[in-house]
Design a protein around this ligand. Structure first.
Ligand code: ZN
Length: 411
């Protein structure tokens, strides 16, 4: 009798504890949802794998109205041979790309000096803090720079743990910031993301959520604690685009970093190595950790790397988009020196033009045109941009830069 009463009491006690736990969980979940930190859509993006970004279904040749029977075998037509797509846009030999972190009031100063030297950057802003910066960023985008996401509110805590990463990388932070950028500046897509304080790239669920949100590349910032400002040997596209590394940081001591990297000879030397190897020089800064007076380390470095005739200056997002466009573009020879150039990508996510090298066997080229019209002839010089169309003669090479999904005609 007494034993069964004890059992009964124990059961009641367990039920009470369970009910209290459930109540606490419900209150806490409500709190998270009310704060818009986590929403039901977060569950979906944690547990489903994202679709490839910006793919179009259907046959690209059929979209152009071309019968596959009209495509010639081999790589030539009308005495013009396709050599291939160039590794970098406009057949450049090396690339300079730059990223600048945080919604800093010094962004206008950084932009002024960048524009003096023609170096193009990705500005990673936390949109909740961008306030007065939007008109400045809008002008920057119109001038060939890019705005990337650095989340909405820049969550940061040392050291981060899994629970921190679950809260910090909510759709509200990732998609909310993306949509704010699209609403504020004239950019067709938000290609790039940077991890605030470099936190959380080690978690696959975080990288999956970034892909769900449509980002093509996510730049890391590792080892701030130990002043990791240099990544030796990093001189190309990162083969892990959601943990993308950079060549070096160029900035004063800031944040929790024990040191900066401002020695101009050292910084220029790291660029020279990448440039000599025909690589991608990708440098990082925080505009609030720079000096802006004439002759500062930043300006002297920009002067060193600027205006080189064989370099493509481009922000990080369009640079990574270019790689995908090259991978998925096909050149199909038709008759009479005509070529169908196709890919299966959305032109909104991938507005890039690509550069195709042709061999004309020494024959003069009078004109090149696509369905959109005659291409302009451009002379040699530094390469700026990523979506223009033109053609160029380079030591006997014919380089044609165009947006795919058109028919090219060489005369
Ligand atoms: Zn930051």
């Amino acid at each position: 009798m007494q034993a069964s009463l004890r059992r009964h009491r124990r059961k009641g006690f367990v039920r009470l504890i369970l009910a209290l736990i459930l109540l606490a969980a419900a209150v806490w979940a409500g709190h998270l949802i009310r704060d818009r930190r986590l929403a039901p859509s977060d569950l979906e993006t944690w547990f489903t794998s994202p679709e490839p970004i910006g793919r179009r279904s259907g046959d690209p040749l059929a979209r152009l109205g071309i019968d596959p029977a009209d495509v010639r075998s081999g790589g030539s037509s009308g005495g013009v041979r396709v050599v291939g797509l160039t590794n970098y846009w406009n057949g450049a030999r090396a690339v300079v790309t730059h990223t600048a972190d945080d919604s800093s009031p010094r962004i206008p100063d950084a932009l002024a000096v960048l524009d003096r030297y023609g170096v193009k950057a990705t500005f990673f802003v936390s949109t909740f803090h961008a306030g007065d910066l939007w008109p400045v960023l809008e002008r920057a985008v119109n001038n060939g720079h890019e705005v990337g996401s650095h989340t909405r509110t820049h969550p940061c805590r040392f050291p981060p743990d899994r629970w921190f990463c679950i809260l910090a990388y909510s759709n509200d932070e990732l998609i909310g910031s993306r949509d704010r950028i699209l609403a504020q500046v004239d950019q067709p897509h938000v290609w790039s993301f940077a991890y605030p304080c470099g936190h959380c790239p080690e978690f696959a669920f975080v990288r999956g959520k970034l892909r769900h949100a449509g980002y093509l590349v996510a730049r890391i910032y590792p080892d701030e604690l130990i002043g990791g400002q240099l990544a030796p040997g990093m001189n190309t596209w990162d083969r892990r685009p959601y943990r993308a590394l950079y060549t070096q940081a160029v900035q004063k001591k800031g944040g929790i970093s024990p040191e900066g990297r401002t020695d101009v000879a050292l910084i220029n030397g790291a660029f020279d190595e990448v440039y000599e190897a025909g690589g991608i020089y990708n440098f990082l800064t925080h505009p609030s950790w720079l000096d802006y007076e004439p002759g500062s380390f930043y300006e002297r470095h920009l002067r060193h790397i600027a205006r080189r005739g064989d370099v493509w200056y481009v922000p990080m997002g369009p640079l990574y988009a270019y790689r995908t466009v090259v991978e998925r573009t096909r050149v199909h020879p038709l008759d009479d020196a005509r070529f169908a150039v196709t890919h299966d990508l959305s032109p909104r996510v991938f507005p890039n033009s690509v550069t195709i090298e042709f061999d004309t066997g020494g024959r003069e080229v009078a004109s090149a045109r696509t369905a959109r019209g005659e291409l302009a002839l451009r002379s040699a010089g530094p390469s700026y941009g990523w979506d223009d169309e033109f053609y160029r003669l380079d030591n006997g090479r014919l380089l044609i830069t165009l947006q795919p999904n058109t028919v090219l005609e060489i005369r």
